[in-house]
Write a protein that binds this ligand. Structure first.
Ligand code: ATP
Ligand code: MG
Length: 565
């Protein structure tokens, strides 16, 4: 069977376009070439995953290739750190651009030559309107613009001025190079757009070689053409720029004509997804850097414990469309849970410990009970967990005077300590303020593994950690960074919607010793408490730290339902 026959049906409008182009011989060498073109001015976020999966996915499906192009034309905002992070994040998702790493800055020389050609052929001119005048001449959506008084400058003078701009002879803002297209065009992007501006900024790659920098609408299409991109896929806000794209790719020096297609960007409720805003969260210290586990950046979610597979599943479920919408954050978390349920190693950790003393268990004795590593995975195996006379359970798993319907531990009731024994509580020891310090119990030595000789059943089951053998760990409970569906919608300032409890630190949680075997990148479930991972940045052998990836259930959705919203 040929590749084409084995391929799945087209999944979206872009695949239909590509298949039609292939079928009608519109693709040079029948090779689909896409690109992912981030600007290295920040870290990639979940929205970018959609674009990455789409561009690399199309290339994979149709046997073509996908380029990584760093769109680096704004030297003031761009840094090597961002480029490195971008590459790390794409690789983490499992995509590979192979040898096809490109930078818009690689094309500065060619872009400059093309600009000279535009000037020489009367298609570009040097303009010295100041920004206010520029705006005035530009017109509005309902009124045409006016030609710049510099539009008819003689070619020789344009050439001289442009070369002087390049040579650093003129200050920033004094001149720009503009295309001569049409000041009356209904499309504002065709009203003699600026092609070059002067910037005395050191570029992360080209240093001080250039002090004129090309604009996006000029650079992007020409970069696509130079690289032989066939399908240039971007988000809907560039729809209005398509005529400018087509103008640039039809410049007579350019012999390859890529096409631009737009799709709806990914938006998620309760989440900010703009690099500019994410940068301000970092700069204001609202979060602990770009990789703070509350950030929707790829580095953030990786540190949070989301897997690449879960993220690709998520963007796959959303699909590719032409209409903007807002995806629910709970869908994202659903995908994360689905994935972690299958792969996370189960462990016992008590976040808010209360001590249980089993009076009839021999002092100093340690028994090892067998626990399943993952009930969802038949190959998951088991581990041994130390059990002894004193154990911790969650404070909320005990009540001295329980209300009706409480099935956990209380005086006179019997519960099961998972994988270990049945215990019955008899008395408590309190401090002077009446806080329970210890719950005294007895255990049924015949109930090991959770079954008794008489087959009696209990309603409650608690997880537990041996007091002597357990280890102390720090646990960071992460929640949504924002409390509003659209942060900033009400007041115009997204800081007003910050969730003050987006991070709750548990300094001294008690964990079975096996927890210390986990490495950064391992997926864990602390049973009944959620999915967790080792914090890849701050955790040390002396001070092990674990991040909550996601709760076991969607408490947020349940709460909303309860409140009727
Ligand atoms: P931001 O608006 O967050 O600053 P951007 O669009 O400026 O993002 P770029 O680095 O220019 O970021 O984006 C690289 C590619 O990723 C572009 O093709 C862009 O269209 C796409 N992209 C950016 N944000 C999203 C999103 N939320 N959903 C889908 N694709 C996106
Ligand atoms: Mg951008």
């Amino acid at each position: 069977m040929s590749d084409r026959e084995m391929r799945s049906e087209p999944q979206n409008f872009l695949e239909r376009i590509i298949e039609d182009d292939l079928a009608n011989g519109r693709v040079p060498h029948n090779e689909i070439v896409t690109r992912f073109p981030p600007e290295p001015n920040g870290y990639l976020h979940i929205g970018h995953i959609k674009s990455i999966a789409l561009n690399f996915g199309l290339a994979e499906k149709y046997g073509g290739r996908c380029h990584l192009r760093l769109d680096d034309t704004n030297p003031e905002k761009e840094e090597m750190e961002y480029t490195e992070a971008i590459m790390r994040d794409i690789r983490w998702l499992g995509f590979d651009w192979g040898e096809h790493e490109y930078h818009a800055s690689d094309y500065y020389r060619q872009l400059y030559e093309i600009a000279l050609h535009l000037i020489e052929t009367g298609q570009a001119f040097v303009c010295e309107l100041d920004p206010d005048q520029m705006r005035e001449y530009r017109g509005t959506l309902t009124e045409p613009g006016k030609n710049s008084p510099y539009r008819d400058r003689p070619i020789e003078e344009n050439l001289r001025l442009f070369k002087e701009m390049k040579a650093g002879k003129h200050p920033e803002g004094s001149y720009v190079l503009r295309a001569k297209i049409d000041m009356a065009s209904p499309n504002m992007n065709l009203r003699d757009p600026v092609l070059y501006r002067i910037k005395f900024a050191t570029h992360p790659r080209t240093g001080d070689d250039w002090c004129i920098y090309p604009m996006y609408d000029y650079t992007h299409p020409i970069s696509d053409a130079i690289e032989g991109i066939t399908h240039s896929i971007c988000t809907l806000e560039f729809e209005d720029h398509r005529p400018a794209y087509d103008w640039a790719t039809s410049i007579d020096l350019i012999d390859h004509t890529p096409r631009q297609y737009e799709f709806a960007r990914l938006n998620i409720d309760y989440t900010l997804m703009s690099k500019r805003r994410l940068l301000s969260l970092v700069q204001m210290g609202v979060v602990d850097g770009w990789d703070d586990p509350r950030m929707p950046t790829i580095s953030g979610i990786r540190r949070r414990g989301y897997s690449p597979e879960a993220m690709l599943d998520f963007v796959g479920r959303i699909g590719v469309a032409k209409v903007e919408g807002i995806v629910e954050h709970s869908l994202l978390e659903f995908c994360v849970r689905e994935d972690l349920n299958k792969r996370a190693k189960r462990l016992m950790v008590v976040l808010d410990p209360i001590k249980v003393v089993i009076d009839n268990f021999p002092e100093g004795k340690v028994e090892y009970v067998e626990a399943l590593n993952n009930p969802e995975d038949p190959e998951g195996g088991t581990r041994l967990v130390p059990f002894s006379r004193e154990v911790f359970i969650e404070r909320e798993d005990f009540m001295e005077k329980p209300p009706k319907g409480y099935h956990r531990l209380s005086i006179g009731t019997e519960i099961r300590l998972i994988y270990a024994y049945y215990i019955t509580a008899h008395s408590v020891i309190k401090d002077d303020d009446g806080n329970v310090l210890e719950v005294h119990c007895t255990y049924d030595p015949e109930s090991r593994g959770g079954q008794t000789a008489d087959g009696r059943r209990v309603r409650g089951t608690s997880h537990w950690v041996s007091a002597a053998e357990g280890v102390s760990i720090e646990v960071r409970l992460y929640d949504k960074l924002f409390l509003a569906e659209e942060p900033g919608k009400e007041t115009g300032n997204f800081l007003d919607d910050l969730n003050p409890e987006s991070l709750v630190v548990v300094e001294d949680a008690k964990a079975e010793p096996e927890v210390l075997k986990a490495k950064a990148g391992d997926y864990l479930q602390f049973i009944r408490n959620g999915y967790f991972c080792v914090d890849s940045k701050d955790s040390t052998p002396e001070k092990p730290i674990y991040n909550r990836t996601v709760t076991l259930r969607d408490t947020w959705a349940r709460m909303k339902k309860k409140m009727g919203i």
